[in-house]
Design a protein around this ligand. Structure first.
Ligand SMILES: O=C1O[C@H](COP(=O)(O)O)[C@@H](O)[C@H](O)[C@H]1O
Length: 243
């Protein structure tokens, strides 16, 4: 599904409402809510909204389990860290038990070792079916999502739930949930806005199939919902704006 808003300031409350509803539904049905956060700049205002009383007070944070869709392999205090951003904008402001927050980083492990440990933790919390209640994602100008970057071997992964690799163009390791796990989620939400995203969004939604070039095309939930929340600028090159 595609939801187009006039501006990003309309996207954030819409996704915040969805987040609250997904949390309330999951908690009512099974006593917990499992979510994977996204990094980059797109979720910052969403996080701040979720941290505000109007939304935060509607969620029983004691029953929320927070993971990440991906991470730059940098210490948690580094400004590039997706986790640092999430703590500053959301997680430090809500009553969420610390042992229910799982950043994708450990100083004492290699990225590859930690990917296996993270996968075990996911197995423990999600169970062997691996269904997240909600996965929030962004999309880069190049069509990447999570740390599924164009032409990287991770795009071919079929078994592992979590993978880590050296992303040469950026000179750093990345750790990411893989497409097989992401696509098990009950809900996947992609938040992307701004005219720089327009060419990639057009290719991802309307272009020829080419997951190697536009990895966001890998998003195909087996039994869940996939919704792109975009602004008019990002949607400007779409031929079909009906979603
Ligand atoms: O590097 C990353 O970039 C993407 C997109 O970021 P944005 O700034 O365009 O929102 C993000 O989804 C991913 O989590 C992050 O690691």
């Amino acid at each position: 599904m595609l939801k187009i808003y006039q501006s990003p300031s309309e996207i954030h409350p819409a996704v915040a409402e969805l987040f609250v509803e997904a949390a309330q539904t999951a908690i009512a049905e099974k006593g917990s809510f499992t979510v994977a956060l996204t990094g980059g700049s797109s979720p910052i205002e969403l996080h701040k909204l979720l941290a505000s009383a109007i939304y935060a007070d509607k969620i029983d944070w004691n029953k929320v389990f927070v993971f990440w869709g991906d991470e730059r392999w940098v210490p948690l205090a580094d400004n590039l860290s997706n986790a640092k951003m999430a703590f500053e904008t959301l997680l430090s402001h809500v009553p969420l038990p610390k042992d229910q927050i799982f950043p994708m980083y450990d100083t004492d492990r290699t990225p590859e070792e930690f990917a296996a440990i993270y996968e075990q933790k996911l197995l423990e919390i999600l169970g062997k079916d691996g269904h997240f209640d909600l996965i929030l994602l962004g999309m880069g100008d190049d069509g990447h999502t999570a740390s599924l970057f164009p032409h990287e071997e991770v795009l071919n992964e079929q078994e592992k739930w979590v993978d880590a690799y050296y992303l040469a163009p950026q000179g750093m390791h990345r750790i990411t949930l893989t497409a097989p796990l992401i696509n098990k989620a009950k809900q996947i939400v992609v938040i992307t806005f701004g005219e720089k995203k327009a060419p990639a969004l057009h290719q991802v939604l309307e272009g020829e199939p080419s997951v190697q070039q536009y990895p966001s095309q890998l998003l195909k939930p087996a039994n869940g919902n996939l919704t792109f929340f975009v602004d008019e600028a990002a949607a400007s090159q779409l031929e079909n704006k009906q979603g």
